[in-house]
Design a protein around this ligand. Structure first.
Ligand code: DAH
Length: 356
């Protein structure tokens, strides 16, 4: 049993020096495992007399307990040392200035479309879309613009080479063909806006061969000119964020609406600076009218039962007015300096709820 003390001392010394948890485990197995040194000694107890067995058993158990405690203690101190090392290794200098992360900007067109969708969305409009490449029927004919109609000249249409049917597809010159497609597919009541790209062979400070429009269409059995006016006044005031913005409806002409009205908003140009709001001047911003009965009939909708209004406006134009952007061509130059100046920081962009 002298040996037992020596064994205990050497096991405890080994435990105290174990370099890591793997060494601890190896030690545990070599002492207390099935074939471990202490376990083997336990087995020899069987050959002893009862008194000897009790005494030797107690001593062996004491060795086992002492070793178990030593293993635990070493394990805890290794874990603590490991934590200390990690804390030292992973120290963070919280006084360092943060590195700036490059953050993209929202293009003014995207921002404006989101505002339009938010404002009209609150008024119960949903968003519809249609193809950029159109046929003559949807872009012109069904909108009551027959081939001889003078309005065709205003459109500076881009044509594509004729297909097998001999017809030349067109790049849509306005978003109005989506009215037609929607009415062909969906029965009234209809209440949509259609933001999207449009194309005309035209380029200067206020025209670009590709630009954006938003179209609106409301069709049901009882919608009248009063609804058109109410909706557009509300929209103009909400979009430009001017509660008492004067809004004027001027008689006009579009082949697809009757009667038609152009909509102007109040502004002042005093001191050479344009300010949107009550003032001496007017700015035209959109076209509108009651959908022409012929257009309804062209889409298979009974004009004796249904009626409604439509409107259309240029998105660049209202974005330029709202955000003071002087040249339309700059929208598409992809100049990062321009985008940093006129773009919107995500999440900091003007609120998209009503009353922007
Ligand atoms: N399509 C017209 C354009 O491109 C804009 C427009 C005017 C659309 C009146 C409409 C409307 O729906 O009713 O100039």
């Amino acid at each position: 049993m002298q040996d037992l003390e020596a064994l205990k001392e050497s096991l405890l010394a080994e435990a105290a020096q174990a370099a890591d948890s793997a060494a601890l485990e190896a030690l545990r197995v070599s002492a207390l495992g099935k074939k471990g040194r202490v376990t083997q000694l336990m087995k020899t107890l069987r050959g002893l007399s009862p008194e000897e067995r009790r005494e030797a058993g107690q001593r062996l158990n004491a060795v086992k307990d002492a070793l178990t405690d030593a293993l635990e203690a070493r394990k805890a101190s290794l874990a603590e040392a490991e934590l200390e090392a990690r804390l030292a290794r992973e120290r963070v200098d919280v006084s360092l200035p943060p590195r700036p992360r490059p953050l993209g900007r929202i293009h003014p067109i995207s921002q404006t479309v989101e505002e339009l969708v938010a404002i009209f969305g609150e008024m119960g409009f949903s968003v519809a879309e249609g193809p950029h490449i159109e046929d003559d029927f949807h872009n012109f004919e069904a909108l009551n613009i027959p081939p001889w109609h003078p309005a065709r000249q205003d459109h500076d249409t881009f044509y594509l080479p004729a297909g097998e049917d001999g017809e030349r597809p067109v790049l849509r010159t306005h978003t109005s063909p989506v009215q037609i497609r929607h009415m062909q597919e969906v029965k009234p009541p209809i209440r949509i806006i259609v933001p999207g790209r449009t194309f005309r062979a035209d380029s200067d400070a206020t025209h670009s061969p590709m630009f954006h429009q938003v179209e609106g269409l409301v069709i049901d059995e009882a919608t009248h000119m009063g609804h058109l006016k109410g909706t557009l006044i509300e929209f103009c005031r909400s979009f430009f964020g001017v509660e008492d913005l004067p809004v004027r409806f001027r008689p006009s002409y579009f082949p697809f609406t009757e009667p038609s009205a152009e909509v102007d908003i109040g502004c002042s140009r005093e001191g050479g600076q344009l300010v949107i709001g009550p003032g001496k001047d007017w700015l035209e911003i959109l076209g509108s009218g009651m959908v022409h009965p012929k257009v309804l009939a062209n889409c298979g909708i009974d004009p004796n039962k249904y009626q409604g209004y439509a409107f259309g406006m240029g998105i660049e134009r209202i974005a330029m007015l709202k955000y003071g952007i002087p040249d339309l061509r700059t929208f598409y130059e992809s100049d990062l300096r321009w985008l940093r100046h006129y773009g919107f920081v995500p999440l900091e962009a003007p609120s998209l709820v009503r009353g922007i």
